[in-house]
Design a protein. Structure first.
Length: 268
């Protein structure tokens, strides 16, 4: 056998032996984990994490979350769940979801009484929890109700969320006039996301702005959203520019400057 072939065969044998060793360690770790022998489980599983073994990460994450054989450390648990969950490991995805849901249920115990007592921030947060199913069953109608209460107290985040609900028909019939009204309230307080969605609405001819052409108004809101840090605004704005004459583009830029002085600068 040539020297090259001998080296290749040796390398393959080492690889197979290493893989076999890791497989054996995982099996031993799993057996110890299921037997609640967490000290042995950790000694078998921890080295495998360095080899990016996703099953080992999930089990070690659970050990840190629940304090099985180690001091409970939720930060470490989340780190392992995120690391393997981001690589598509179903067990880690489920562990991460269960961990987050537990945290949301704890949060709910604080948020719900505060919302009931009229706290606008808590009302808006409870609306988000119902809209996205954070610690509660998803209920867009309940979300709309809480957003409405907070928005009526002038909370800018809730005004935006209420506008979004009307824009997309979440928990209520789609109503662009209502969406425009609430987005604009938030946008005029310097809220970037509301500026973006308001501009996007105008770019699609949803909504109206007395005395201004729709595309000019859309450009102005999107320009300010872009300057505040919304990168998606640029793509929509570029399409609008293609529809504007040179004169209209100058008008749009002047309006953007006017909006900036009224609705951005005062809130910095």
């Amino acid at each position: 056998m040539s020297k090259k072939l001998l080296l290749a065969a040796t390398g393959l044998l080492l690889t197979l032996n290493t893989a076999s060793a890791f497989s054996a360690s995982l099996a031993k770790g799993l057996k110890a984990f299921e037997a609640q022998d967490y000290s042995t489980a950790m000694s078998e599983l921890e080295p495998l994490i360095g080899e990016n073994n996703l099953d080992a990460m999930n089990m070690v994450g659970q050990m840190y979350e629940f304090g099985w054989g180690v001091d409970a450390d939720e930060a470490k648990a989340v780190k392992f769940y995120n690391r393997c969950g981001d690589q598509g490991h179903l067990g880690c995805v489920n562990s991460r979801r269960a961990y987050k849901d537990k945290a949301y249920r704890v949060e709910l115990k604080t948020v719900e009484p505060a919302a009931d007592s009229g706290d606008a921030l808590a009302q808006n947060r409870l609306g988000e929890m119902y809209e996205f199913g954070y610690g509660v069953s998803r209920d867009t109608s309940a979300a709309l109700n809480w957003y409405s209460m907070a928005a009526k107290q002038g909370l800018v985040e809730a005004e935006h969320n209420l506008g979004r609900a009307y824009n997309f028909g979440s928990g209520v019939a789609q109503d662009f006039a209502q969406a425009e009204q609430w987005y604009r309230k938030a946008a005029e307080k310097g809220y970037m996301d509301a500026m973006f969605f308001l501009g996007a609405m105008y770019s699609n001819n949803h909504g109206s702005d007395a005395g201004q052409q729709t595309n000019i108004t859309a450009y102005a809101w999107l320009q300010n959203a872009l300057e505040l840090g919304n990168p998606t605004a640029s793509a929509i704005q570029s399409r609008i520019v293609m529809k504007l004459s040179d004169t209209e583009l100058e008008q749009a830029k002047l309006l953007a400057t006017e909006y900036k002085s009224k609705y951005v600068t005062p809130f910095k």
